[in-house]
Design a protein. Structure first.
Length: 166
């Protein structure tokens, strides 16, 4: 009985990733950028957004906000690190078209607003609005369930389940 009260808490090893954007979920292999399509940064998926609100796909913490506001790094409760890279070749916009709503170290829940992106401006000035979502620390990942593709709603559509190594 005392062990059950004071023993180690069982560490969470599985979680769901939700779409951080409303739009069309694509396979990472279909992203027109070899860094993402060849999975050089890790496993993941992409969204061609129809709305510029980027929300948290997991419960966790903001670990990096890029100074150019085009990307954000999160760490989930299970330790999976996720990069959301809004658009392709958007670093050159130097923050133009992006408004960040969170700061590094802040805890977030699924659906919390992270960044607002001005999609028409970005599509005019950058290569593409397609947004890769990549799990960058694949060494902690044991398995990723098959990812869905097709229409998704930010913060509510489940894209995949990730199981981490114990």
């Amino acid at each position: 009985m005392l062990k059950s009260l004071f023993g180690k808490k069982e560490k969470k090893t599985e979680e769901t990733l939700y779409s951080p954007l409303t739009g069309e979920v694509l396979k990472l292999e279909d992203v027109p950028d070899p860094v993402f399509s060849q999975k050089l940064m890790g496993e993941g998926f992409a969204v061609e957004p129809s709305d510029g609100s980027v929300v948290s796909p997991i419960n966790g913490q903001v670990i990096q906000v890029f100074h150019t506001k085009h990307a954000i790094g999160l760490r989930s409760e299970t330790g999976v690190e996720i990069l959301i890279h809004i658009g392709l070749e958007t670093v050159s916009l130097d923050g133009d078209g992006f408004e960040v709503h969170v700061k590094e170290g802040q805890k977030v829940k699924v659906g919390d607003l992270l960044i607002s992106a001005h999609l028409s401006l970005i599509s005019e000035k950058a290569e593409s609005i397609i947004t890769p979502i990549v799990m960058t620390n694949s060494d902690v990942i044991e398995e990723v369930s098959e990812m869905i593709t097709g229409s998704a709603t930010k913060g509510t559509t489940k894209v995949c389940t990730v199981r981490v190594k114990r």
